[in-house]
Design a binder for this molecule. Structure first.
Ligand code: ACO
Length: 338
């Protein structure tokens, strides 16, 4: 049977790093009070990275992609599908995936290699579940033969949509990108593969996490900054993550003890701990980056996966449960064997 498998991972954080102490200073300039203790106690976040002006999601995505392609041992010209999960695209259109494809092609041609032009490229918008959605779509396209080697990227510049007058949200998010190369492989089901996925949405909850503005008639209409009812999100997230992870396990004919690693969306350490408990996993089987990255939305899962792989914790042959929840409301899980 034809499966898809992850053959390389990569990630990139913009160099500008803001600690909680930096956020305290930044908000104090606006007369707003926060503290390292509050942020660490409620979220586990200690630092986040912000891209400089003029650096866009495609630029972060390019750096992560080049590392993933190098780790996969393939060439840019071998990629026939690019999916970028983002809620902070470079522009209204074309897609960040198309812009990334151009940048990859320029990078390849600068060293005399063939580019990626001609393969399919599109964005997926499922906010913090975006990478789970994108991986699910790329896997399905590879299984059906519509693609052979896909680059699946989560890239965000959430710092651009934060309201720095709203202390309940602006301390939570950061910028970054993660990428994987997903390629076709034939085996009996015991080899490396995306084993199962489970994705959902419930549009009744659009209001609890949104950027309600839009561009119309040459103007921004409505509010272009992030709004979140944190407690409502928290309450929904925990149950939905458990159900998606258990559904993915059931589809793969597996149970909780078969999971070697949990690679969760990095929004809040308390949500991560509670999901780990529900899956009966101890925290030393969970990849945690939220302390250093904050919530990078669609980028957080591939950033954490790359951290787990490059640190040598996640080993070939082991299973990993990737799961996320985000605006929409959207949620999902992907179970894979590395
Ligand atoms: N610094 C200091 N105090 C603060 C801050 C801050 N940065 N932010 C809020 N407070 C205060 C509030 O004003 C409130 O004060 P009050 O009691 O005097 O009114 C108090 O802290 C408690 O506020 P709550 O909102 O009730 O705090 P809560 O314990 O719910 O924590 C948080 C807030 C961290 C946002 C939490 O609700 C949460 O993590 N929710 C989930 C959010 C999430 O995971 N979002 C992302 C998922 S989807 C995605 O990634 C896009």
């Amino acid at each position: 049977r034809r499966y898809s498998r992850i053959s390389g991972t990569g990630s990139y954080l913009p160099p500008r790093r803001l600690t909680n102490a930096d956020m305290v200073g930044l908000l104090a300039e606006r007369g707003i009070e926060t503290s390292d203790d509050w942020i660490v106690d409620r979220t586990g976040i200690r630092a986040r990275h912000y891209a400089d002006d003029g650096v866009n999601a495609s630029d972060l995505g390019l750096q992560a992609s080049l590392k993933a392609i190098e780790a996969a041992g393939c060439q840019i010209g071998d990629i026939d599908l690019i999916i970028v999960a983002t809620s902070t695209p470079d522009m209204v259109f074309p897609s960040t995936a198309s812009i990334l494809q151009r940048k990859l092609t320029e990078s390849a041609q600068a060293s005399g290699q063939p580019g990626a032009a001609g393969g399919a490229a599109f964005d997926v918008q499922a906010v913090c579940s975006g990478f789970i959605y994108a991986l699910t779509i790329a896997d399905a396209m590879i299984q059906t033969g519509a693609a052979t080697r896909a680059l699946v990227v989560g890239a965000e510049v959430f710092s651009r949509i934060l309201d720095f007058n709203d202390r309940t949200t602006c301390v939570l998010f950061g910028d970054g990108a993660g990428a994987v190369v997903l390629e076709a492989v034939e085996h009996d089901g015991s080899g490396p593969a995306v084993l199962a996925s489970d994705i959902h949405a419930d549009g009744r909850h659009t209001g609890i996490l949104c950027v309600p503005g839009t561009v119309s008639g040459g103007q921004v209409l409505g509010d272009p900054l992030l709004k979140m009812d944190g407690q409502a999100v928290f309450k929904l997230a925990v149950g939905l993550l458990e159900s998606a992870a258990k559904a993915a396990l059931a589809k793969a004919g597996m149970t909780e003890p078969d999971v070697d690693w949990l690679v969760p969306h990095q929004a809040n350490i308390r949500i991560i701990q509670s999901t780990a408990r529900k899956l009966k996993l101890s925290m030393d089987k969970v990849i945690v980056t939220v302390d250093q990255h904050g919530n990078t939305s669609a980028a957080s899962i591939p950033l954490a996966l790359d951290e787990g792989v490059r640190s040598g914790r996640i080993q070939p042959g082991q299973t990993a449960m990737l799961e996320g929840v985000g605006g929409g409301f959207t949620w999902g899980a992907v179970l894979l064997r590395l």
